[in-house]
Design a protein around this ligand. Structure first.
Ligand code: 13P
Ligand code: 13P
Ligand code: MG
Ligand code: MG
Length: 368
């Protein structure tokens, strides 16, 4: 095989079991069967079908580079095959994230979320795939900043000569459709002005300044912006390479020990803590949440996915779950008040136009 390998993580919600809580086993079986079948199997080196909440995450390794039409078509066809099962079982929102009837060369813009990177596999290549439910792409801003720019999180920034120069961050403006690259630590304060607003500015990718190598990449599709109406929340994925010039695995996991508040809980319209969960425990319940994140670790071996290691199953994240539950209690107490409910501009469901139309005649001008 050529020494370059591509990892593509492509996700979609194609029907929830029950409501928006989890993925039915029959869908996972269909995805497995479809990807393992000839000739599909020949396109790939390896695959792993993962889930978080009601989202299916296809983790695919191959030699075809990013934005490869055949790989995107394979993911699209897999989701279509799963949608047939979802329709038979009348799962909730069957086919929800497939916004088009036909595939047209690239899965970006058609609904599913995509994170892909191509690199030369190192002598040892540890990877962590983060997958979240009931949130949005900007949810990775805080942890990616901590992993690659905060010396209080990542000791390697201070003590590893291969990390000491820092990292470059590519940030996307999802509203104005433009991008900018920041070099950290020099540009730290400028970048924080933007990424502190995760509903608009998202860290797309991170690169080592020492080697130029890609270190991390995330999905930045915002489904509601593409569809122009409510069609679920763009539950995101992120790939992080670890060790030897990148954060140690434990440095990549560390930001999740302090759950941060993210948008996307209940009807995509509330803010709540991002709770680290084992793959088995990642079915949102309370108020359709709290929002979840799962971390699966793999060692790549000639493109084969050796894993997964279900990191957040570990007891070391019990306190984070406790804190997330305490924060959830507090936030729920606010009910329909901001900042638990999102700002009006960001609400996925909104009755505001109807209510304003009804109240129009009851508003009076004020003198001052
Ligand atoms: P090893 O010495 O086991 O490679 O670990 C280094 C490290 O980065 C641990 O955090
Ligand atoms: P999903 O985006 O995970 O489908 O959740 C939608 C929702 O509104 C849950 O309350
Ligand atoms: Mg759903
Ligand atoms: Mg979801």
């Amino acid at each position: 095989m050529s020494e370059r390998v591509t990892i593509s993580v492509i996700k979609a919600d194609i029907g929830g079991w029950v409501g928006h809580s989890s993925v039915h086993a029959a869908l996972i079986e269909r995805a497995e069967e479809f990807l393992s079948r000839e000739p599909h199997r020949q396109l790939l080196i390896d695959h792993y079908v993962a889930t978080v909440g009601d989202d299916i995450n296809l983790i695919l390794t191959h030699e075809r580079g990013v934005d490869c039409e055949e790989i995107h078509q394979l993911a699209w066809d897999t989701f279509q095959a799963c949608t047939e099962v979802a329709r038979e079982l009348k799962l909730y929102g069957a086919g929800q994230d497939l916004l088009s009837d036909a595939f047209s060369g690239n899965i970006r813009g058609l609904g599913p979320g995509v994170a892909e990177m191509e690199f030369v596999e190192r002598a040892s290549e540890p990877l962590v795939i983060f997958m979240a439910d009931k949130t949005e792409p900007g949810a990775w801003n805080y942890p990616l900043f901590k992993m690659f720019a905060d010396p209080f999180n990542t000791a390697g920034l201070v003590i590893d000569p291969k990390m000491h120069a820092g990292f470059r961050f590519e940030v996307h403006d999802l509203i104005e459709h433009r991008k900018i690259t920041f070099s950290l630590p020099e540009d730290m304060y400028d970048m924080l002005v933007l990424i502190g607003a995760p509903g608009r500015f998202c860290i797309k990718s991170v690169f080592s300044k020492e080697t130029g190598e890609i270190a991390a990449t995330s999905s930045t599709q915002r489904l509601n912006l593409m569809a122009g109406r409510y069609v679920g929340k763009d539950d995101p994925v992120c790939i992080v390479r670890c060790q030897s010039g990148f954060p140690a695995v434990g440095e990549a996991l560390e930001p999740f020990a302090r759950p941060h508040l993210v948008s996307g809980w209940m009807r995509g319209s509330h803010s709540g803590p991002l709770m680290p969960s084992s793959a088995r425990m990642a079915s949102p319940t309370r108020f359709d949440g709290p929002p979840r994140v799962v971390a699966l670790g793999f060692q790549l071996a000639d493109g084969k996915l050796v894993g997964p290691q279900d990191f957040f199953a570990d007891t070391a994240f019990d306190n984070a779950r406790k804190l997330a539950n305490d924060l959830a209690d507090y936030m729920r107490g606010l009910g329909p008040f901001e900042p638990h409910r999102l700002h009006l501009d960001e609400m996925e469901y909104t009755t505001l136009p109807d209510v304003m139309a009804r109240l129009r005649d009851r508003f009076e001008e004020m003198d001052e």
